[in-house]
Design a protein. Structure first.
Length: 106
C-alpha cells in the first residue's frame, strides 16, 4: 500500500511555471540625446539629454518652484521661464506639457 501512495504522489504534477517575461529594452529613440531650444535650456540646462530625462528635469523644476496647481494637480502654473517653453500660456495640463516640450527638442 505504501508503494501505491508513492505511485499516486508521483503521478500528480506540479503546476506549470510561467516563463519569466522577457526583459524590456528601452527604445533607442527615447534614449537618443536631443538638442534643447534656448528657452528649454534656460529651465533645465543646455546639455543634450534623452526625452525621458528632459521630462524628468522639467518635473524637478516644477516641484522645486512649486508650480503645480494646488486645487487641480494636473495643471502646471508657468513662471516666466516656463511661459517661454509653453508658448506664452499661463497654465497648461501635464498632458499638454509633454507636447509643448517636444516642440523644443531637435
Amino acid at each position: 500500500m505504501a508503494t501505491a501512495k508513492k505511485a499516486a504522489a508521483a503521478t500528480k504534477t506540479a503546476p506549470a511555471k510561467k516563463a519569466a517575461p522577457a526583459k524590456r529594452t528601452p527604445s533607442a529613440a527615447f534614449m537618443k540625446p536631443m538638442t534643447l531650444s534656448p528657452a528649454l535650456a534656460a529651465v533645465i540646462g543646455d546639455k543634450p539629454l534623452p526625452r525621458t530625462e528632459v521630462t524628468k528635469k522639467v518635473w524637478e523644476y516644477i516641484k522645486k518652484h512649486k508650480l503645480q496647481d494646488a486645487e487641480n494637480k494636473r495643471n502646471i502654473n508657468a513662471d516666466d521661464k516656463l511661459k517661454a517653453v509653453f508658448g506664452g500660456k499661463k497654465q497648461v495640463t501635464m498632458f499638454e506639457m509633454t507636447a509643448l516640450i517636444s516642440s523644443h527638442l531637435s
